[in-house]
Ligand binder design. Sequence first.
Ligand SMILES: Cc1cc2nc3c(=O)[nH]c(=O)nc-3n(C[C@H](O)[C@H](O)[C@H](O)COP(=O)(O)O)c2cc1C
Length: 396
Amino acid sequence: MADLRIDFCGVPFKNPVLAASAEPTLSAENMKRVIETGAGGMVAKTVTDSEAMRRLTRMSKWRYLDEQHNVCRGKVPRLFTFYGRSGLAEEEPEKWMEELKEARVAAERNDCVLIGSVGGTTLENWARLSRMVEDTGVPLMELNFGCPHPSEMKGAHTGMLVGQDKNAASEITYAVARAVKIPVIVKLTPQVADVVEMARAVKEAGASAVTVINRFVGFCLDIETGKPYIHGWAGVGGPWVKPLTLRWVSKIHTGLDLPISGTNGAYDWKDVVEFLMSGASNVQLCSVVMLKGYGYLSEVIQGLDQFLDRKGYKSVKEIIGIAAKAALTYGEMEGLPPERAVINKELCTDCQRCQRSCFYHVIEVREGSVTIGENCRGCGICTCVCPVPGAVTLQT
Ligand SMILES: Cc1cc2nc3c(=O)[nH]c(=O)nc-3n(C[C@H](O)[C@H](O)[C@H](O)COP(=O)(O)O)c2cc1C
């Protein structure tokens, strides 16, 4: 068995699979269910001083959509879209701290790390709520600069409205990092031009780590009724968003010396491996847990463990960032040995699909037979559209 333990901001985790801040961590009772799965940790639902954001959770609406963006009924495909709206923790802060304390005690007993999460509306309240969260005894806290819903609400200046404003994000991070002793993780929004710049700004202001990344706001609709699902705009994401998230995970990993917690787009153990190889030290799952239930987290941990064994990795730490470090710049790619496509005449059925997809016009059909010209630049599209394994390959 590979060693699944990781260290994040000086806090040991028994494995890197976490439940994200959301409905699966909405109460002490829910958080205890995460603990039972053997997850390395979890982020509690975000506590807030915003009455509007607390109320929004009472009006929660979610839909799983299929690849055509139709509402799923029973069967949810792997590349689902999760379209939904909910607010932050429903309890007022004082009451929420009781939930958090109860969950923290249970988590500690089971070697599970509970991370607090804060979403204030004023500088004073960010600091005040953070101190309250620290007083519950949690070892880490996340600042929610990514919640997409405040952009559609009146009177809830929090979440991504903060995450889109570099000055506000820096100011709040600085105030919180001075107000508490535990490490502060900033959860970023994808809805900025340059996430690395925002990560750099919060690092300079005192963040010990970043969570990359919260969800987008989207608009999904039903053409039969001519109306949007769940009455309007909502948060949108799902496993299809993973490549966009991994871009920022890998860029922050290679560009900044800052630990990363990954979220937004992980479905299974393979996705967790991708997040880790891109540079995340741990991975938070949400919408797939809401789809499959808490027990699914145990399957993800098991799948990760089996993968590491199969590949001969002794520790999960060995894979953190390896793909990000292997990525070449476009300039470096110019030094690679040239490749070209080669047809295996014994396997080729002359179906001509490769020729239809060759936009450099180097694949010709002569007397019904496919040939590849000298000027092939090895783009590789023919190897993807060819229906016969091995009939066309790239060679240097
Ligand atoms: C229903 C729902 C509620 C959420 N609530 C919060 C929250 O309170 N605080 C927060 O930081 N993120 C919240 N998120 C974002 C998740 O923590 C997570 O980052 C996001 O869903 C991406 O992960 P996924 O692709 O595994 O779903 C919520 C997401 C969903 C879908």
